[in-house]
Design a protein around this ligand. Structure first.
Ligand SMILES: [Zn+2]
Length: 78
């Protein structure tokens, strides 16, 4: 069993970007969570990336992640 380890901001941002394309492994996610406890900048960075991705996904309906809710409620169809 591997424990979470301290990572730097460069590795954290790399994990965040990787996590946008695919699921992170358990240890990688644990490292990221641990980093968030100490670093609010990377926490904010992840929020922005998630928001950006959701905005992009709204435009491109062909690529839907199965783990995400099918329809974000904040944008009603016209
Ligand atoms: Zn950081």
């Amino acid at each position: 069993m591997r424990a979470a380890r301290q990572i730097g901001c460069d590795e954290a941002t790399r994990l965040i970007s990787a996590g946008l394309d695919r699921e992170l492994s358990g240890p990688a996610r644990a490292n990221l969570r641990l980093h968030y406890l100490a670093c609010s900048a990377c926490r904010r960075f992840e929020q922005q990336m998630l928001m950006l991705r959701r905005a992009l996904r709204g435009m491109d309906a062909g690529d839907v992640d199965a783990s995400a809710p099918p329809n974000p409620p904040e944008e009603p169809p016209r």
